[in-house]
Write a protein that binds this ligand. Structure first.
Ligand SMILES: [Zn+2]
Length: 216
């Protein structure tokens, strides 16, 4: 479990683990029911893609379509729950200093860079990084669907147009999500120049034992 690289032994804070995801990379970790995942943008204007599966049943995984349907909105923030493809509660947003995230687009991928930007040669991508990190836990790449794209600023206009804009997150901004089941999570520092105002930066994350611990 990569999140345990820097175990905090101070029980008063009950922080289970913390880690920094280097630019254009990703990681995977277990998040137990009731634990809080805090994802922080340490430098500002950096997107982080989150995917999650039931730790005990990989056929149950995060679903953009179910979540947007049940929330009746596509801009999700505090109090909103992210659902699985089989309509089970997976994660609930409990704190959010940015209030602008995307849950409509798929993670950036090699093919996306080729099709949208005519990219030649290998380009790091969230899809590749999630595939590699989750693959260690037996998750096949085709299982990875639309990610919850933390800090990603996507807008829709009255003509149906979709635009990817500069993230609104400033240095130190964060979101916290509570696990409603035991989850296997994949998390990235997004690799797409166009989603991150042209510069590729790290992402920090912490895991707390419960909501009260996260508040301290
Ligand atoms: Zn990405």
């Amino acid at each position: 479990m990569l999140a345990s690289q820097h175990i905090n032994s101070d029980n008063r804070h009950r922080m289970v683990g913390a880690s920094r995801i280097p630019p254009q990379s990703g990681t995977a970790f277990l998040l137990q029911k009731g634990q809080i995942l805090r994802v922080t943008d340490p430098m500002g204007e950096q997107v982080s893609d989150l995917f999650a599966l039931d730790a005990n049943n990989h056929a149950s995984y995060l679903s953009s379509g179910r979540t947007i349907d049940y929330a009746s909105k596509y801009l999700l923030s505090v109090g909103d729950t992210l659902y699985s493809n089989d309509s089970e509660e997976m994660l609930t947003i409990v704190s959010d200093t940015v209030k602008r995230h995307d849950f409509t687009l798929t993670p950036c991928s090699q093919r996306m860079f080729e099709k949208l930007y005519n990219w030649k040669g290998h380009h790091p991508s969230c899809f590749e990084n999630l595939s590699n990190a989750l693959g260690v836990h037996g998750v096949s790449p085709e299982r990875i669907q639309s990610t919850f794209n933390i800090f990603m600023n996507v807008s829709f206009d009255e003509h149906g147009g979709v635009a990817v804009n500069c993230p609104l997150s400033k240095a130190g901004d964060f979101i916290e999500l509570r696990a409603e089941r035991d989850l296997l999570c994949g998390l990235t520092a997004c690799s797409a120049e166009g989603s991150n105002n042209g510069t590729l930066k790290p992402i920090d994350f912490q895991i707390f034992s419960d909501e009260l611990a996260a508040l301290k």
